[in-house]
Design a protein around this ligand. Structure first.
Ligand code: SME
Length: 150
């Protein structure tokens, strides 16, 4: 059950004497380690006032996609749609940026501060068709809690 991770998430986000980057890094590692079908977990944030996303802390294989223009790929589409994007089979998506050939599915949930979409959490899965409404609610919890400390 994903909700059982919530107390630990709050503990990480409210621990003192650790940088925001390290908090988000720990959060990514927690999710990747405890959810078997979360194979890459990372944050993208709007790059200043540019119409692009920049990679933040992540856990999983290094990616070439440090900068993603708004509108490009699943992440770039969420930057403009302001809505969750659940892709159960990445092979069916034309506007998709492949990070690794092992990835089968992806979920991106936007992160709002004062109603403004300023970033997102992005999760890749090597398991086909893995995500349910439980993942969406859980990741909405994560982004809302992260938003509070930004
Ligand atoms: N697949 C993403 C690119 C980012 S990687 O998954 C880390 C996309 O289509 O936007």
């Amino acid at each position: 059950m994903l909700v059982t991770l919530e107390p630990k998430i709050l503990e990480i986000l409210h621990s003192k004497g650790i940088s925001l980057n390290d908090q988000l890094q720990e959060l990514c590692e927690l999710l990747k380690a405890h959810v078997p079908y979360y194979d890459w977990v990372g944050f993208y944030f709007r790059n200043g006032s540019k119409e692009e996303l920049k990679l933040g802390p992540y856990a999983g294989a290094p990616t070439d996609h440090i900068i993603i223009p708004f509108g490009k790929g699943i992440c770039g589409q969420v930057a403009v749609s302001n809505a969750n994007f659940v892709v159960q089979d990445v092979a069916e998506q034309d506007n998709y940026i492949a990070c690794s050939i092992t990835v089968k599915a992806e979920i991106v949930v936007p992160l709002f501060v004062n109603g403004e979409n300023i970033g997102q959490i992005d999760i890749d899965s090597n398991t086909p068709d893995p995500f349910t409404a439980e993942d969406e609610r859980f990741l909405e919890f994560v982004t809302a809690e992260v938003a509070k400390i930004l």
